[in-house]
Design a protein around this ligand. Structure first.
Ligand code: 2X7
Ligand code: FE2
Length: 299
């Protein structure tokens, strides 16, 4: 078998608003429009990922939290209704997902070999988390590529940002090694917003863009700082300041999805492409792509 590789990594935010605004047939609620800059960013990223012809899409999602170790999917197909608990009026999505069980279990084995606790989901009624479903829909709305989902261990909350980063590094390295051994072409999705304070009141029309803005300026400055580092290929330095970013911007990255991605990619020193940045109910979100074979962005 030829050597597999991670052909790209994407920071792929999952506000349900982006699917709601797209009006796909799988989602019940209907909208008029909204959050176009981010949705167009996803369109560009989608075309770029499709051109890489991946065999599998891997997701690390904050909305599949696990307090004891990590969970992996052990069945080839999951179907169900995914409902966002905070925005059920925006996201009620019927999914039908194919899982690459072989790769899922290979990653599980390598994570376990590092002394981490793991468990495998074998309940066919298990409901997949909306953070995974949303970014997968936005990257591949035709759902014709199998997936691997990895739960997000909560050690950053339970212990510290530093412990969380150590755990994400173990899982990131295990992911890369398993992909290489598999012979497959993999794209990794870190399902995460950046700054994550959001407004607690919604306009009467959720997609009324006259209400959409960043929650506060400090948050925006932090988002721009980390995006600038990504565009300059300064991911080692970004990992160094991640604990501070997580706290100062109340960032969703605290869960470790971005750490996992950067570690799995071998901590890129080449420029990422920022396809777009926008706010959703006050949170900061960017669609960012790392493709080693075609580094782009600011030099
Ligand atoms: O889960 C989310 C999120 N991360 C950001 C914005 C709005 C809703 O849901
Ligand atoms: Fe989220």
């Amino acid at each position: 078998m030829g050597k597999g590789s991670i052909v790209a990594g994407v920071l792929a935010p999952h506000p349900p608003h982006l699917v709601y605004a797209d009006n796909p047939p799988q989602n019940e609620p209907r909208s008029e429009c909204g959050w176009e800059v981010l949705r167009w960013a996803y369109e560009r990223c989608r075309a770029s990922i499709r051109a890489l012809n991946p065999d599998v899409l891997l997701v690390h999602s904050p909305h599949w939290p696990s307090f004891i170790g990590h969970h992996f999917l052990g069945l080839p197909r999951f179907q169900g209704l995914s409902v966002d608990p905070v925005f059920p009026h925006l996201f009620r999505y019927r999914y039908d997902v194919k899982v690459d069980v072989e790769l899922s279990l290979q990653i599980r084995d390598r994570v376990a070999a590092q002394g981490q606790l793991t468990s495998v989901v074998e309940n066919p009624d298990f409901r997949l988390d909306y953070g995974s479903i949303i970014c997968l829909h936005l990257i591949n709305p035709s759902w014709d590529i199998p997936v691997v989902l990895i739960s997000a261990n909560q050690s950053a909350f339970y212990y510290s940002n530093e412990v969380g980063a150590d755990v994400a590094k173990i899982v990131g390295n295990a992911t890369r090694e398993a992909v290489e051994a598999s012979g497959k072409r993999a794209v990794l999705l870190a399902s995460s917003s950046l700054s994550h304070r959001h407004f607690v009141h919604e306009p009467e029309i959720p997609e009324d863009m006259s209400f959409e803005r960043i929650h506060h300026h400090g948050q925006y400055l932090w988002d721009m700082k980390v995006l600038d580092m990504m565009r300059k290929g300064q991911c080692r330095e970004l990992l160094d300041i991640m604990p501070e970013f997580n706290e100062m911007a109340t960032a969703e990255t605290k869960v470790g999805s971005l750490n996992w991605l950067l570690e799995a990619l071998g901590v890129p020193d080449y420029p990422a492409e920022v396809h777009g940045y926008g706010t959703v109910i006050g949170t900061g979100n960017a669609v960012v792509e790392w493709t080693a074979s075609k580094p782009r962005g600011a030099q």
